[in-house]
Structure formats: structure tokens, C-alpha cells
Write a protein that binds this ligand. Structure first.
Ligand code: SF4
Length: 128
């Protein structure tokens, strides 16, 4: 006759406990890994959202053609005699930023940003 209690004895219980502990340990490791991965994703996503669009390079083909400068005071007034230092991207009708933005979009430069203090020959006074 088989003693049923011997099957469920201390050795089997110890084995079952080890298996449970290993499972708990593995589950804990998976939980920690997933939590850290999730936390990294949460931290990274606002940074991705805050990433700034590329800025126009004064040497870009369009910038050169329009005489764009990041600083209106650096504009070549011989080439653009109608330019005045009071004309800036900020007061141009094509500027797509807000009044406090240092950089913003412009219809002339697609997705690249231009400086609020900048200027180009397409400047047109923003309506009051
Ligand atoms: Fe600046 Fe206006 Fe020229 Fe755009 S069009 S770069 S806002 S001056």
C-alpha cells in the first residue's frame, strides 16, 4: 500500500516552494523590467513632443535667394535698399509664431523655423 502522505511530504513541499519562489522572482523581474520600460517611455514621450523643428540655415538655397538673416540688423542694405531694421519676422504677416516666440514658422520656409528677429525680402507688414 502506498502512503499518500509520503508523496506530499516535506521534499515535495520544498520543491513546490522553490518553484513558487522562482516563479515569483521571475515575475518580479518581468514586472520591474516592464515598469522601467514604461517609465522610460513616459519620460521620453514629452521630450519627443517638445523636440523643436529644424531651423532655417542662412546658407540654405531659399534663405540665400530671399536674403534671409536670423538678425535683421545683418541684412545687406545695398542688396535690399527697402529694408529697415524695424522690419522683423515678428512683425511680418508670414510669421506663424506668437508674439513671445523667439522662433516660429514661416510660409516661405516650409517646416523649418525662422528667427523672430530675422528678416527676408518677402517681408510684408503684419496688419495691425
Ligand atoms: Fe521673416 Fe516674413 Fe521673411 Fe518669413 S516672409 S522669413 S516671417 S520676413
Amino acid at each position: 500500500m502506498i502512503d499518500m502522505q509520503s508523496i506530499d511530504g516535506p521534499a515535495q513541499r520544498a520543491g513546490a516552494r522553490m518553484e513558487t519562489e522562482m516563479t515569483d522572482s521571475t515575475q518580479r523581474r518581468i514586472f520591474v523590467t516592464r515598469t522601467l520600460t514604461g517609465a522610460c517611455a513616459l519620460i521620453a514621450s514629452p521630450l519627443a513632443v517638445r523636440a523643436q523643428p529644424a531651423r532655417v540655415d542662412e546658407a540654405d538655397e531659399t534663405a540665400v535667394a530671399l536674403g534671409y538673416k536670423h538678425d535683421t540688423s545683418k541684412v545687406d542694405n545695398k542688396r535690399f535698399p527697402n529694408h529697415s531694421a524695424a522690419q522683423t519676422c515678428l512683425n511680418c504677416s508670414f510669421f506663424q509664431g506668437s508674439a513671445t516666440d523667439e522662433w516660429g514658422g514661416c510660409a516661405m520656409f516650409g517646416r523649418k523655423q525662422i528667427a523672430a528677429k530675422g528678416w527676408c525680402s518677402a517681408w510684408a507688414k503684419k496688419p495691425a
